[in-house]
Design a protein around this ligand. Sequence first.
Ligand code: DGL
Length: 279
Amino acid sequence: MTNKYSMQPAPIGVFDSGFGGLSILREIRKELPQYDYIFLGDNARAPYGNRSFQLVYEFTLQAVKYLFSQGCHLVILACNTASAKALRSIQQRDLEGLDPNRRVLGVIRPTVEEIGHLTKSRNVGLFGTPGTVQSLSYDIEIGKMHPDIKVYSHACPMWVPLVENRESDGPGADYFVKKDVDALMSQCKEIDSIILGCTHYPLLYDKIKLYAPAGVNIIEQGPIVARSLKDYLKRHPEMEARCTRGGNCCYCTTEDASRFSPVASIFVNHTVEAHHVIL
Ligand code: DGL
């Protein structure tokens, strides 16, 4: 079979429906600054959280193909909704035909691996998009890996729009965060750790912390995914050799680049110059 994608070493691809994946990218670049990255945000079609399985799968597959066409050998789905609804199909059904030597990894598994060390009460809360919560991906994965942990989930359909519309510091965010934290905690008072199961939610971290009971761990995925990627590259030297080292990052968005760049800059704490791409 002739490979339709370049075999040259290339940047690591990082994908999200919108801006949220930048919270993961930022932590990955802190942990692994030596590599090059291409970030792709499908901002024109975000949010994904309320979309059907089929659409999230189709959009995510288009994004993966785009990143492969840019040469990426390794793509991280820095999006829980895409990890929940599309990752397995892409890994099991599509990779073989696209290029069996390339890899697509998600954010749910590394988070689930870590949660066993973080909860003492074995009662864990999960905030996610409606898509992630309805998929039951966390319940299933935690059930397999830590059968003694009980998961209490709550979908927060307003949180991504608040972040995408730069309202995460406003009073609307206080209203919805308090309401959703109360709704989650009312399911079980023993919850001692809450997974922020959407990569947009770290932008609401301060408010979540404020309204959650004192002492409850609020778990952000960025550092967890970054450590897990570092470990993956150590265990897969053949993949590591296919990742270019230059410390650069190229930002791509399906939205108008001039709308993407100012918000992206807030997420990553430096000026971002983005390119508009069509999937
Ligand atoms: N940031 C994404 C996630 O982690 C999804 C946001 C959305 O598009 O709804 O789930």
